[in-house]
Design a protein around this ligand. Sequence first.
Ligand SMILES: [Zn+2]
Length: 60
Amino acid sequence: MRGQNTGRGQGRRGMGGGQALGPGGECVCPQCGYTVQHQLGTPCFNMKCPKCGTQMIRKR
Ligand SMILES: [Zn+2]
């Protein structure tokens, strides 16, 4: 198993904090940790966790 994860390619995320929360994030349930893709035009706090019904929050 060699030649993998040589450090190139896509998947460059999670680096360089400080950027504003833009579209394309995730919403997470603070209760059970369920994560869903953030829907444009629908704030996370307007969604409820499908598992436990808790109001979801924006994941950073
Ligand atoms: Zn939940």
